[in-house]
Design a binder for this molecule. Structure first.
Ligand SMILES: Cc1ncc(C[n+]2csc(CCOP(=O)(O)OP(=O)(O)O)c2C)c(N)n1
Ligand SMILES: [Mg+2]
Length: 1012
């Protein structure tokens, strides 16, 4: 049967031009095959067929203008269409999810129905609020205790919830608390026990502790300026060791590996372990923080400096937690898109309690819960101190974190007290011990660990007669031995075990430790611990004794490393554990296959003139993506990332075409379901729509841009953003991206201080290229025409994703519409585009006076217009150069200049700038839509007179024309400046310049825009 395929609802648009017809008569179509591409003045969208079958007749051609309901083609539909109302894909997934939810619910019920473990009645805590009727309180508490022992915790929870609900309905405004008492989340009877050999593990840990400290002390003895940290790893050693011995699975040919973000300044501990494992030798340890000559160890985790060792740069506080969240999310994205297997891999992130004050640390915890990232485990090492002093002297960081994470929906496991406390807590029948624990602030907890057992007896247990009594049979030494949870391998093991089994939410383990654990009087729990990097002989002897390190006094004095024989039980055990867990950690490898570059013809349409048709480079870019999505090698690897600006950039067509990633699919029918660009969310969606969240979007981009090493799959992330909210906003993450050896594209759209009209001071970007240029492996371009963009993008794909070069690209695109010329036939044009400049036009009629005009981005067009005026009205010839990248030209210039200076006797090299301009005639005038510093960058690499113009100063809202006039980069100013420059160079009389200044009503007395 013949059916008509009509133009669907395309939103507010009418009479939209067809720019491509993708199907012809006789073609066999499947549902969703694209048939035409239409383009408004803002965006281009493919229209897919909703009917399968053979095309009888195509009713449209390129250039036609169509509206909703117009016929596109006639199609003889195949039988498939006639299936009785097949369930739409979305509805089907909703049904599946509902069914899955039912199964989940059943599981939940199963949990509540599990036999109640009979255990001793747990202690009822004494509340800190004022009790007006203790007898009544006692009654209620006893009833509750009875429920717990008879019907279990779940029933008790239920009753409490019902009581709160009832009170709320009766009008009581009960403040809600997310906090639990200041004790461990896992009670002793529920702890899963490790099967490891605790004695041997303790010995190994002691050696790692010793070697880590020795490494820092030795380096600082030789060169006191080197620095380093002992106290942080000392507090975290157990947290790391339990993970290394029992939980973290390495990447190998059978398994993708867990991903561990190590706390940056705990790096000495990782080196010390690698030393025992035989992965690093003494010589390397002795090169800690001495990296200039190869073979040194980097101060912190830096993949750029130790590319086979470190995976994640973490030391700029706050980036690690945020990156880890998005890493876990991206792992699920890859799984849901079917690009990697679900192997139950985990992402672990180790964080400092001081670090949690960084807004980035907690900034994305809501997302982690919302996306049910049960592959994510945070471990916050709460040693209660940061650099200057206590994290929360007057409060309790552990409780504060618990509240925030529980409130956000995380599974929270507190590991506060070690096993020595178990019996005391069990015997705390009156609840006074927990009461003190709740009441004591961190400043006191810290001070106690800087003193001794007698002090703890007096200041802590001495607060109430009940608690004094509780420890009456303990000696001061026993009291001193009461350990903190984060130093107890049993408690840590139980927490890790529980965390790895948790489903449906991320987990945070909040572990209490002591900063500088074991460092004695000079370094343990004192405010200066963080910066202690030298230990005197007495401290070292204490440290040795504290951890029973088998070194003689003499060896301690020499600060010798200690590594047992390869055949020793310690080394055998350590290696065996890692072998069981698949290999060593950290280790950075990649087995990703390159992506074959797309055929050249994908970009062909960008090499021809657009004729009358005007478009922005942003539109050209989006058209290019649409084409790339038709390339079967490239398409699945593209990861478009957008922070709530798809419509701004004309990318809304992607929603329907490739879907927005949503881990739960789409549970609702979108308001615009009938439209072509409907907001379609899908479990296997490809677009990462991040919301208004540039830091999150950049973190996603980094996860995708390093998937080649973390998941062994090369991806092509393209993060497109308002250029002003790029490097300026997330510069530190961009720096970390460079360190991580990220590969992918960053697109600064709506770029240029005068090109983005209207928006004003906080939107108009006139410096992102300069910030981008601070990152050594960031390659940047500011193209004007669509063919330049095509050449740059194709080369980016080739360098990064085919040749696996560790660079990333930053390209600015603009929203100014203009027509684009055909790509010049000159064979050097492509090379010039990539190196940074090429001659685009020459005016050579009068052969008297010449000027070299360099322009980039949209200002190149002003320059071309000015050149025409100069030629026609002033008989001045010119050569116009399209500068696609002042940054790249500078890099080349620097390198050549350096070589020439270091090799005065050798044949001198020529910079690319000099190759282009060396033999040219006349002075040079350069301008861009960025600060003068942008074009000034190449001034040293030519001997000619060089003048820069640019958009220095705060932006402001106005029309494009007025903005260019204000910043003096419009055609008129460029003519006047050119004439003035030529006059200054004594090539023409100054009256011409004066005339032009008058003619264009330019006020020579106007202050610099930087002052306005
Ligand atoms: C963004 C940033 N700001 C400051 C620092 C300097 N710094 C390094 S460690 C540190 C204190 C860390 O305290 P905490 O997070 O509690 O870690 P701990 O050493 O106590 O485990 C500071 C301020 C940094 N590395 N990054
Ligand atoms: Mg700390």
């Amino acid at each position: 049967m013949s059916e008509k395929l009509l133009v669907p609802d395309i939103g507010d648009f009418e009479e939209v031009e067809i720019i491509e017809v993708l199907a012809k008569q006789g073609d066999q179509l499947n549902i969703n095959d694209p048939v035409i591409t239409i383009e408004s003045d803002k965006s281009s969208v493919e229209i897919p067929t909703t009917i399968a079958g053979k095309i009888e007749k195509v009713e449209v051609k390129v250039g036609d203008k169509v509206s909703k309901g117009d016929i596109i083609l006639n199609i003889v539909s195949s039988v498939e269409n006639k299936k009785d109302n097949p369930i739409p894909k979305d509805t089907e997934s909703i049904i599946k999810q509902a069914e899955a939810a039912l199964v989940e619910k059943k599981d939940e019920i199963k949990v509540t129905q599990q036999p109640i473990q009979k255990k001793e009645q747990s202690t009822i805590q004494v509340t800190t609020g004022k009790d007006t009727d203790p007898m009544e309180t006692e009654d209620w508490l006893e009833s509750l205790s009875a429920v717990i022992s008879k019907d279990g915790n779940q029933r008790a929870h239920f009753l409490i919830k019902e009581l709160i609900n009832k009170a709320y309905r009766e009008g009581a405004n009960i403040p809600y608390t997310q906090n639990t008492p200041y004790i461990n989340t896992i009670p002793p009877e529920a702890e899963v026990k490790s099967n490891g050999d605790q004695n041997i593990e303790r010995r190994i840990r002691s050696l790692i502790r010793w070697n880590a400290a020795a490494m820092v002390v030795r380096a600082n003895k030789k060169f006191p300026e080197l620095g380093g940290h002992i106290g942080t790893f000392a507090s975290a050693a157990t947290l790391y060791d339990v993970g290394m011995n029992h939980f973290w699975r390495a990447k190998n040919n059978k398994f993708g590996g867990d991903l561990v973000y190590f706390q940056g300044h705990s790096a000495p501990g990782m080196y010390a372990r690698a030393f025992l494992e035989g992965r690093l030798n003494e010589k390397q340890l002795d090169r800690f923080r001495q990296e200039v000559n190869s073979g040194g160890l980097s101060s912190y985790p830096h993949p750029w400096l130790m590319p086979k060792f470190w995976q994640f740069p973490t030391v700029s506080m706050g980036l690690g937690p945020m990156l880890a969240i998005y890493q876990a999310r991206y792992m699920k994205y890859l799984i849901n898109r079917g690009l990697i297997k679900d192997e139950g891999r985990k992402v672990w992130a180790f964080l400092g309690d001081g670090e949690m004050d960084e807004p980035e640390s907690m900034g994305a915890i809501g997302l982690a819960a919302r996306e049910k990232l049960d592959n994510l485990i945070f471990v916050v090492n709460c040693n209660l101190q940061r650099l200057d002093g206590p994290v929360r002297g007057n409060g309790k960081i552990i409780q504060e974190l618990e509240g925030s994470f529980r409130g956000a929906g995380w599974n929270v496991i507190k590991v506060i007290w070690g096993s020595y406390w178990d019996s005391l807590i069990a015997n705390d029948k009156t609840g006074h011990l927990v009461k003190i624990m709740n009441e004591t602030v961190d400043g006191e907890y810290q001070a106690m660990k800087a003193r001794d057992g007698a002090y703890v007896r007096e200041k802590f247990f001495g607060k109430y007669p009940e608690t004094q009594e509780l420890v009456s049979s303990l000696s001061d030494r026993d009291i001193w031995r009461l350990n903190r949870g984060g130093h107890d391998p049993h408690k840590v093991y139980a927490a890790y075990d529980k965390a790895t089994k948790n489903q449906g939410s991320p987990t945070v383990i909040i572990a209490k430790t002591i900063k500088g654990y074991g460092m004695g009087k000079t370094g343990e729990s004192v405010n200066t611990t963080h910066q202690t990097k030298k230990l005197d002989v007495d401290d070292l002897l204490y440290y040795r004794d504290r951890f029973d390190v088998p070194l003689t006094d003499e060896q301690v004095r020499n600060i010798e490393y200690f590594k047992p024989d390869e055949k020793s039980p310690e080394i055998k055990y350590l290696k065996e554990r890692r072998l069981n867990l698949g290999g060593y950690l950290p280790e950075r490898t990649t087995y990703a296959k390159p992506i074959k570059a797309p055929s050249k013809d994908i970009f062909d349409f960008m090499k021809v003139s657009t004729g009358e048709k005007e478009m922005s480079t942003t539109m050209a870019l989006v058209r290019m993506f649409t084409n790339l999505l038709r390339d079967k090698n490239i398409s699945p690897r593209l990861v478009p990332i957008i922070p709530d600006e798809a419509r701004t950039f004309g990318m809304e067509g992607f929603f329907q075409k490739i879907g927005i990633y949503a881990h739960e699919g789409q549970k609702y029918e979108p308001e615009d379901a009938a439209q072509l660009s409907s907001y379609r969310e899908d479990k296997s969606g490809q677009v990462l729509e991040e919301g208004i969240n540039e830091a999150g979007a950049m973190s996603s981009w980094i996860a995708a841009a390093t998937a080649y090493t973390n998941h062994d799959i090369e991806m092509i992330p393209i993060y497109i953003f308002y250029s002003m909210f790029g490097f300026q906003r997330i510069g530190d993450l961009a720096w970390a991206a460079g360190d991580s050896q990220a590969r992918g594209f960053l697109i600064g759209a709506t770029a240029g201080r005068t090109t983005l009209a209207g928006e004003g001071l906080q939107h108009q970007d006139g410096h992102s290229h300069l910030i981008a240029s601070t990152i050594p492996n960031c390659v940047t371009y500011d193209p004007t025409f669509h063919y330049e963009l095509a050449v740059i993008f194709r080369e980016g794909l080739r360098r990064m994703h085919e040749k696996k070069e560790n660079v990333f690209y930053y390209i600015t695109t603009m929203n100014e519409n203009y027509s684009h010329p055909e790509m010049p036939k000159d064979k050097n044009c492509e090379e010039g585009i990539l190196k940074g400049m090429y001659k685009i036009k020459e005016f050579n009629k009068f052969k008297k006076t010449k000027i070299q005009l360099l322009g980039s981005g949209t200002i190149l067009r002003e320059m071309m217009a000015a050149a025409e005026v100069l030629q026609n009205e002033y008989e001045i010839d010119s050569e116009i150069w399209s500068v696609t990248s002042f940054n790249e030209l500078r890099k080349d210039g620097m390198e050549v200049e350096r070589y020439n200076l270091l090799n005065p006797d050798k044949e001198q090299k020529t910079s690319f700038v000099e190759k282009c301009l060396g033999k040219s005639e006349g002075p040079i005038m350069a301008a861009s839509d960025y600060m003068r510093m942008n074009s000034d960058q190449i001034r040293p690499y030519t001997n000619k007179s060089f003048y820069s113009l640019g958009t220095d100063g705060f932006g402001r809202s106005d029309t494009r024309k007025n903005l260019r006039k204000f910043f003096e980069v419009d055609k008129e100013h460029l003519v006047a400046y050119s004439l003035s420059i030529l006059a200054k160079e004594q090539l023409i009389a100054s009256k011409y310049a004066n005339e032009a200044i008058k003619k264009y009503k330019i006020d020579g007395e106007k202050p610099m825009p930087t002052k306005l």
